[in-house]
Write a protein that binds this ligand. Sequence first.
Ligand code: FEO
Length: 392
Amino acid sequence: MNARKITNKVFLMGFVDWDARLFDSLIPLPDGTSYNAYLIEGSEKTVLIDTVEPEFGDVLLDQLSAVKKLDYIVSLHAEQDHSGSIPSILAKYPEAKVITSIRAKDMLIDLLSIPENKIITVADGETLSLGDKNLEFIYTPWVHWPETMCAYLKEDKILFSCDFFGSHIATTDIYVSDEGRVYEAAKRYFAEIMMPFKKIIVKDIDKVLSKEISVIAPSHGPLYPRPSFIIDAYKDWLESPAHNKVVLPYISMHGSTKKMVDYLVSSLAQKGVTVEIFNLAVTDIGKLAIALVDAGTIVIGTPTLLSGPHPNVIYGAYLANVLRPKAKFISIIGSFGWGGKTVEILSGMISNLKVEVLNPVLTKGYPLESDFKALEVLAKEIEMKHKEQGFT
Ligand code: FEO
């Protein structure tokens, strides 16, 4: 893809990765992704904002072929999908300096061996003059690392937000054309890397909203010509109460736990509680993360295997614990053959969650009528708790 014009003297560059299917060797990418870089040609200085994964650096260098002089490379975020090609760009433009936040400086040195004398740090709120254009830097920690910042091009009212507001989508469109599709991709991205830092990100949004923004230009996915779309979505994910919804990740080996899951799901549905179930043997964990964003209750379903929860359930519980969703309640259901410490082990794994634990339902062998009655009690309790909380 060639460089594409956004506004006068501002260009979208980078690499659209249609084939990417896994990010950070963890996050499924069903729609690929992009690594966006931006070129700004001021009357006196030329700036490149962010770069691309090192393996795609040659594409970015080709896009820059007509650029004779590059004064600055702005590194908004030190993670290598954006910073990784800085060494290649510096090799082509040895006179260029790297501009980054104070905290990112050491990261760029540690991760990419960028010489210290090539780096200029900027403070929160500092402005860089490009001649007829001015770039202001806004520290926005934890979107997605602690060193991250945004850049605001005052004359064009463009916010370059890096991971913040990004979505993993490969597309030829410069701008968002299907908000529904981008909503889900952006929610997946938010759930997996930003949800744990909700309280800080609320403040980041307030900071960037102090600017008049015409376009948000993230470093993954298409640009937002209607910034309120993604800002309102973030505010909802961050601040709105949880929904009247149960997320139920589970594993079943011989059908006992599945029978209990089916009963509980049916009972909750009859009571008007939405349930999203995820068979952890086959699920896309990105979908699970999305569902966790606004779930009121988490119910974990597991058989007992080698004295404890099934390993896939341990993985799911660990993920939920580190993502710190806003759920207020949690419970465990499942079966065992002769004993074990499933409840104790899972309870010890969710210390990050600010949740009330509702009575687990564990059955010895295949569930009997008394077990279904206990599940009915659990469903009723979830219904009542959600009503008390005002979850809708
Ligand atoms: Fe797109 Fe945190 O890197």
